[in-house]
Every structure is written in C-alpha cells, then in structure tokens.
Design a protein around this ligand. Structure first.
Ligand SMILES: *Cc1c(COP(=O)(O)O)cnc(C)c1O
Length: 410
C-alpha cells in the first residue's frame, strides 16, 4: 500500500484486503466459532502453521480489522485488542511478569492503573513508583530484576509529561521493556515508537473510539524491543523469529488466558470513530488550548495544568514531541469557590467520568476517580481537593469558552 497520510490510511485500510460483498466497513462478525471443511486445516490453524480464526476469545475478523488499523496508526509490528484499556494493561502484567520481577512505574498514573500496580505489588512483583518527569528518578529505581518501565505520555489528571525520550534511551541501554500508555496523546499526536517504546497501550474507549459509546483497549508491539533479551518468554512462544515472541506470548497468556477479549460490535463502533480521530483531535486540541488560556488569565482560578501553556513545566517536551497538546486539562479554583457549585453552574460541560468524548466532560477528581486512594496519596500525586479535570470536546469554541466563563461570573 502506498504511503498514505494518517486519515486516508484508516479510511481505506479495510479495503486493502478482500472485504465481503464490497462492504465499505468490515462487517460485524458475531460468530464465536469458525468452521473448517477440512479437519486437518483446523489443526493447522491451531498449531499456528496457517492463519485463521479459532475461537472468539483469541481473535475475530471484525476485531482483527480494527487491530490492523490501530497497528497502522502506531506503525507497529502487531497489535492486539482487548475489551478495555485496563484489559490491555492487565495483559502486560499477566503475560510478561513473574514473581521476583521488578517494575518501575510513573507515580503519575490513571487511577485504575495505579490500583492495578498496587495489586501486582501484593503478588510478588516489586513495583516502585517514581516521578518520571525526570529520567534520573527512573534510573535510580532500576534493579537487576527490573523487567518493565511503565509511563503515560500526559498523566491524568495533572498533565505531567514523562521524560519520554530519555527514559527510552535508558531502557534501550539496559535492555528493559519500555511500555508507554499513549491514551492521552493518541497516535495522531505522538508515536511512542519514536522514543523507543517496545509496547504501546491505548484505551480505545477514549479519543480513538471518541464518542463515549464503546469500551476497548489495545497493545501494540512496535518492534523496538529485542525479545531475545526478555527472560520470561516461554519455550512455546520461541518458535518464530524473536520479533514475534512478545506478541505470541501476550496473545496466549494475556488475551487467551486472561480473557479480556474485545467484542465485535464494540470493535465496529471504535473503527467508525477512529475514522475521524485526526479531525476531532485538531478541534479538541484547539478548544483545550483556548480554554486553558482563558482560565489561566482569570484571577478566580488558582492554577491551570495544560501542556500547551508556556507555564507548564514540561511544555518544552510537549512542543518537541507532540503534534499538539491534547484534550485533557485540569484546574483549581481559588479558595472560597466551591468546586461542586461551579460544576453545577456549567450548562454544556457534563459532570461525568470518561475522557476523549466528543462532548466536554468535567469531574471533581479528589471526590470521585481519586477518592479511593485517600488524601495522603492524592497529595503525593499533586492532586488538590478542589482539582477539576476537563476532557475537552469538539463543541463550537465560542459556546465552550462562554460556558466556563459564565460559570465563573455567577
Ligand atoms: C481510561 C484510561 C485507561 C483505561 O482504559 P479503559 O478503556 O477505561 O479500561 C488506561 N490509561 C489511561 C491513560 C486512561 O485514560
């Protein structure tokens, strides 16, 4: 296929392969089982000697078409889809880590990923949380048994940006698998492969699906990691070339055994949403920057966190590495303005969890998504009790700005 641009590639990808009845969308295949006229062929598919589908938990034609699209977006070697972003992250742990291993994770994390790593830490894998905005903190935490370094691009909700490039260089030097959660940037704004990430996580629920109507997640093997250096690959998955070992083991241990398979209907919704990813990101990033600037200038606002602002500590990294600054911003109101009252005055922005929707969503972080972890850990992550997270949508810019400004005036 010719080297088309980002959107052209997604729009026309299904048609590069034979597609049933000339259908312009990959059809939704709801069958769980796949029949073969020749029983020997069934055996051969099971033994991985020829391509084909076995059972819905391990692969499905509709899901596979989406995997191919995400893989093109990330320019990876192979991509697997999961029922949710957490399913994809859980599969990393399930497939690749063993008791006695060690992992270094950014301390600035999506709340449920943070919770998952706490669980992992209770199951015999050492986990150290570090401030990944500085590579020295990551380096200081490495041990001989460190297998994985895990970071997010733009951390939710405070928008800290990991020292992505230098951590990639460090992992390459030490032969450690570098896993980057690209959900907040999406492959349209940034490709973690460019900074040496071996595995890329995307929550497809967020901007890639983009309309808040389907859950999904993915893991992409970028080809940057040399799996022959990874000590936890089982003999069974070493049959093909080393470039295939990781994805083979993740497909078996992470997807097949862990079982968080993406359903075909959700895959279809996400694939349709993905067609407009670039268009939506352009609009949402422009809206987010305008809103961040408006809030930053207002004396009733105590702090605004958005990588597009010059005042953001990692603005330089964002400018260098990302096409634009994303849809996530957060801010704190001055003492005396109740964050609940403020949110209740917004007419368009919806108090709701979720990110990367077409609609602008707002949430009081400490009282909802970060409530369970307690005040002490919140403080260590820089989460003020009044912090409001905004997932900026694609509303008309004037309407959006007016909504946030009017709620301040009231
Ligand atoms: C939402 C999110 C996840 C989890 O994805 P789900 O699809 O909700 O399971 C993981 N990482 C980040 C950065 C997220 O925003």
């Amino acid at each position: 296929m010719k080297n088309y641009g980002f959107t052209t590639t997604i729009l026309h990808n299904d048609r590069q392969k034979t597609i049933e009845q000339g259908s312009l969308h990959k059809p939704v295949h709801t069958s769980v089982a796949f029949g073969y006229a020749d029983a020997r062929q069934l055996a051969s598919v099971f033994q991985g000697k020829e391509p084909g589908f076995r059972y819905g938990r391990q692969g499905n034609p509709t899901v596979s078409a989406l995997e191919d699209k995400v893989n093109k977006m990330e320019q990876g070697v192979a991509t697997l889809c999961f029922s949710t972003g957490m399913g994809a992250i859980g599969a990393v742990f399930q497939a690749l880590l063993r008791a006695g291993d060690h992992m270094v994770s950014s301390a600035f994390l999506f709340g449920n990923t943070n919770s998952m790593w706490q669980t992992v830490a209770g199951q015999g894998v050492g986990v150290d949380f570090v401030d990944a905005t500085g590579v020295a903190n990551v380096e200081a935490a490495l041990k001989p048994e460190t297998r994985i370094v895990f970071v997010e691009t733009v951390a939710n909700p405070r928008t800290q940006i990991a020292d992505l490039k230098r951590i990639g260089e460090l992992c390459a030097q030490r032969g450690i698998l570098y896993v980057v959660d690209n959900t907040m940037t999406t492959p349209y704004l940034f490709r973690p492969k460019d900074v040496g990430a071996g595995l890329v996580v995307n929550s497809l629920t967020k901007s890639i699906g983009g309309h808040g109507h389907a859950l999904g997640g993915s893991l992409t093997d970028t080809g940057a990691y040399d799996w022959s250096k990874f000590p936890n690959i089982y003999e069974n998955y070493k049959k093909a070339a080393p470039a295939q070992w990781g994805i083979a083991q993740i497909r078996a241990k992470g997807l097949r055994d862990f079982g968080a398979a993406l359903g075909p209907e959700a895959a279809h919704h996400i694939a349709v949403g993905a067609e407009t990813l670039a268009l939506r990101m352009e609009r949402t990033c422009a809206n987010a920057l305008a809103l961040a600037r408006l809030l930053e200038q207002d004396e009733r606002v105590a702090a605004v966190y958005y990588p597009g602002l010059e005042s953001h500590p990692q603005h330089g990294i964002a400018k260098e590495l990302f096409k634009s600054y994303g849809s996530l911003l957060s801010f704190e109101l001055k003492d005396g303005i109740d964050c609940f009252d403020y949110l209740n005055r917004l007419k368009l922005a919806v108090p709701a969890s979720n990110l990367g929707d077409t609609r602008t969503l707002v949430i009081p972080v400490a009282h909802t998504i970060f409530y369970e972890m307690g005040a002490e850990r919140r403080a260590s992550m820089g989460i003020a009790e009044s912090l409001i997270r905004v997932s900026v949508g694609i509303e008309d810019p004037a309407d959006l700005l007016d909504d946030f400004a009017s709620a301040l005036d009231a």
